[in-house]
Structure formats: structure tokens, C-alpha cells
Design a protein around this ligand. Structure first.
Ligand code: PMV
Length: 303
């Protein structure tokens, strides 16, 4: 973060969820891999209502506006105890929008850091997390908190609502990230997952428990550096997510292409319903898997 008296810069990362998305909303643990330094926001003092622009996304949010992005900004500014007047924020992100990579949380986190620095404050990580969560509640409705933790963090983490983020002392897994090209809507898929869970009172909780077990075995597999086991767990997790209705034909196809090219496992990541899939690869197979996905019409996202 850099600072001068009249402007300050904040940065934040993105994330992929290796195992456990959606179930994490319902109290299960999940594993996130942080993608560091993907978003930069500059805060300045300027007359008028506090506002945030992201020119490459076409976003221009104001604290006094009525759109979702306005409410997300207002939630952030209020949680930080920052002024609703007199701040101008402008940012850029390398993360694609609505792709399951935590872009909205990343923008909020970078903005929170920029505003804090401009105001001469040094908030704790917990305070920043709360502010990003306030913004995410406006965007997503019922965020588990994993995105906020991961965009503010580093490395690989296990996250649960009860225990928060715990960093795992393991090297990040070798992943290919691929975008299906269709946007996802996390608010809708979180609601769809919850609806299926409620509509299937025996099978739904059974599958939720199964995802919980997949995540715990995933933590073990990461610790043992057992990439083959981790890949199988990703495939199992994808089957469960598909049952809950949050995968799509394009996400299933991306996973199948990746496996056919030698990936050890593949699944959607984040909210689903579009957005990105991740494939676990051995380092020597990365180029082949990436080339096959590109040949199948998918776009790669830098991991
Ligand atoms: O789509 P994203 O990047 O916002 O990730 C959502 C992750 C979920 O587990 C589906 C929701 C949550 O709040 O944990």
C-alpha cells in the first residue's frame, strides 16, 4: 500500500475455492487458494458523495444511490466508519466479473485498505474482514465470509463460519483456471443450493455431510502432498455440486476436457451457474491441459 497526503492506494487478491463452496454457507469448512494482488484502488478526497469507479467494469457506484453496487459501497463505507461525503475511489482489477474468483470482495477489500490509509487509520484484519462482509452482504445476500478472508489473505486456507480462516502450511496446488465465458450469479446459485437442500430433507443433508468429509480429506491430502487423492476429491465435490444444481453444461464440459487432457481432477469454483472451473495438474501436464481447454473454446485465467 502506498500513501501520500491526498491519495492512497489499496490492493487485494482474488481466490479460488479448491473444495467446499456452497456447503461453507451452511457451516461446513472449505479450502480456498488466495490469488494475490489482483485489484488496486486509489482513494482521494473530492467534494460530493463518496463514490467508487471501476472504469473497465463500467461501474460507477455512489453511497447515496439505489443500485446493488451503491448498497455494496455504502455497506463498506459505513462499516469502516468512513465519511459518506468527500471520498473518490477509482480502481482496476485483473479479475473477471461474476466468475467465482471473488472479484466483488477483492474490490471491496482494496477500497477498504485505500480508504483506511487515506484517513490515517490502521485497521486490523478482522476489521477489514467485517467491512468487506458488509459490502458482500449487499452483493450476495448471505456470504459465508470465505471470499472476504481469502482476498485479504495469502496462501492456502481452511475456512469455516465457526472457526474463520486458518492458514494451511502447504504449497499452493498446481491449478489451471478456465472461464466458461458465461457469467455466474452467486446470489442466485446460493439460493438454488439452499432451496435444493430444503427440498430434499434426507438426501440434501447427506450430500452436505459428504462435502464436509471431502473437505476434511482434502486438508489431509494437501498435507500429505497427495495430488492424486486431491484430484479425486475435486471430482467427487463436482458431482455433489452438480446434484445441488449449481453446475452448468459448460462447466461440466470444461471439467471433462481437463480430465481428458490429463488433469488429476476438476470442478467448478465459487458460486457456479457459469464462471470458472479449476483443474488440478501435475506441473508437466499444465501446458497440455491448458491447450486442450483453449482448443475447446474456453479462456484461461492466470492462476
Ligand atoms: O462466486 P464467488 O466468488 O462470490 O464465491 C462464492 C462462494 C460461495 O461459497 C458459493 C458463497 C459463499 O459466500 O461462501
Amino acid at each position: 500500500m502506498s500513501d501520500s497526503s491526498d491519495s492512497a492506494v489499496g490492493r487485494a487478491g482474488g481466490k479460488v475455492i479448491l473444495l467446499g463452496e456452497h456447503a461453507v454457507v451452511h457451516g461446513a469448512p472449505a479450502i480456498a487458494v488466495c490469488l494475490e494482488d489482483r485489484t488496486e484502488v486509489t482513494a482521494r478526497r473530492r467534494a460530493g458523495p463518496t463514490a467508487l469507479e471501476m472504469p473497465s467494469w463500467g461501474i460507477c457506484a455512489r453511497v447515496d444511490g439505489r443500485a446493488l453496487a451503491d448498497a455494496a459501497l455504502a455497506g463498506l463505507i459505513d462499516a469502516l466508519g468512513a465519511p459518506r461525503d468527500g471520498l473518490s475511489l477509482c480502481g482496476e482489477t485483473m479479475l473477471p466479473a461474476r466468475a467465482g474468483l471473488g472479484a466483488s470482495a477483492s474490490i471491496a477489500a482494496a477500497a477498504a485498505r485505500a480508504v483506511s490509509t487515506l484517513l490515517g487509520r490502521d485497521p486490523s484484519n478482522a476489521e477489514l474482514h467485517q467491512a468487506v462482509q458488509a459490502s458482500e452482504r449487499a452483493t450476495h445476500g448471505n456470504p459465508s465470509g470465505i471470499d472476504a478472508a481469502a482476498v485479504l489473505g495469502a496462501g492456502v486456507m481452511r475456512f469455516s463460519r465457526a472457526e474463520g480462516a486458518v492458514r494451511l502450511d502447504v504449497p499452493p496446488p498446481e491449478l489451471v483456471i478456465v472461464h466458461t465465458g458465461a457469467p455466474g450469479d452467486t446470489r442466485l446459485t446460493v439460493a438454488a443450493f439452499a432451496a435444493r437442500l430444503a427440498a430434499e430433507p434426507i438426501e440434501g443433508p447427506r450430500r452436505l455431510d459428504s462435502i464436509r468429509g471431502i473437505v476434511e480429506r482434502g486438508v489431509d491430502a494437501l498435507g500429505r502432498r497427495d495430488v492424486a487423492a486431491l484430484g479425486r476429491l475435486m471430482d467427487e465435490n463436482q458431482e455433489q455440486l452438480a446434484w445441488f444444481g449449481v453446475s452448468t453444461e459448460a462447466l461440466d464440459r470444461a471439467c471433462a476436457e481437463a480430465r481428458a487432457a490429463g488433469a488429476l481432477g476438476a470442478k467448478l469454483t465459487g458460486g457456479g451457474g457459469g464462471g470458472c472451473a479449476i483443474a488440478l495438474v501435475r506441473p508437466g501436464d499444465r501446458r497440455r491441459v491448458a491447450a486442450r481447454l483453449e482448443a475447446a473454446g474456453f479462456a484461461l485465467v492466470p492462476a
